[in-house]
Ligand binder design. Sequence first.
Ligand code: GLY
Length: 299
Amino acid sequence: MEAEPGFAHSIDQLKAGVGAVDALVAGISHVEAAETVRSVGYGGWPNMIGEMECDGAVMDGTTREVGTVGAVPGTLHVAALAREVMRRLPHVMLTGQGARRFADEIGFNTQDMLFPDSKRVWSKKLDMVLSDEERAAFPDIPLVPLSNVITDPERVRDTTVFLGMDQTGGAGVATSTSGWAWKYPGRLGDSPIPGAGFYADSRFGAVACTHTGEMTMRCNTAHSVIEGLKFGLSLDAAVERAAEDLLDLGTGFLGEVVIHAFDTKNNHRVVSMNGEVPVSYWYWQDGMSAPEKRQSDQL
Ligand code: GLY
């Protein structure tokens, strides 16, 4: 069975001695380019007004340096762009037109990111909910009422996170997504938010979350797992403790969350909660002949 696009590239890079962040970015770039992976890169979903705005991030667990970009227009390789924010700027996060300006400045081409099939699904959805008057005036109509009618958090399920450890024991993480389908323009999920959507600390491990960023941003979920490890919990206990905070949320937007985590003692755990079925993920470690597709535990 062929693994997630790019997974083999990250493995090859790690085997060749490349550092975790660069190895993970090399792999995730293939996911961003794959039309088959929805809610990431070119195969992703546009916002409510039909514009693609992608989020991505990287974190180096050894230095705890972070680079993130959010709501970036016209840009395929947002994880690599986030890597460049970390490398070149005295900042951690760039968003919107500022991120696009930075991309232009360092040679990341502007790309037409709206995949024809994504445009078709978006147009069909809009057609179903807009009146004739709204259609004529679109997009200059109030979007708040539309937000609760068409925004589709279920279509964020392909958000991609790559976690890994390099040959020096350096932990890293990279994330990439186009976020919720038909989201309000400018919406950021957790994928570019350190602590919520991802965290790496080579002393303890690395964590990244997928699905409902609106929940993990409220609980600082990724860092919460690392904090559990820091205070001596096992990986299972640290993940379950972070999950408890999510499961305790009773108001606001509630949806599925998946936590992916590994520690420095060769354990890993992927759990999903509030979902109907387990999610699959790919796993490889040194000594395995090929990556394996596995299923999350459900809490
Ligand atoms: N977890 C991805 C997002 O909420 O956009």
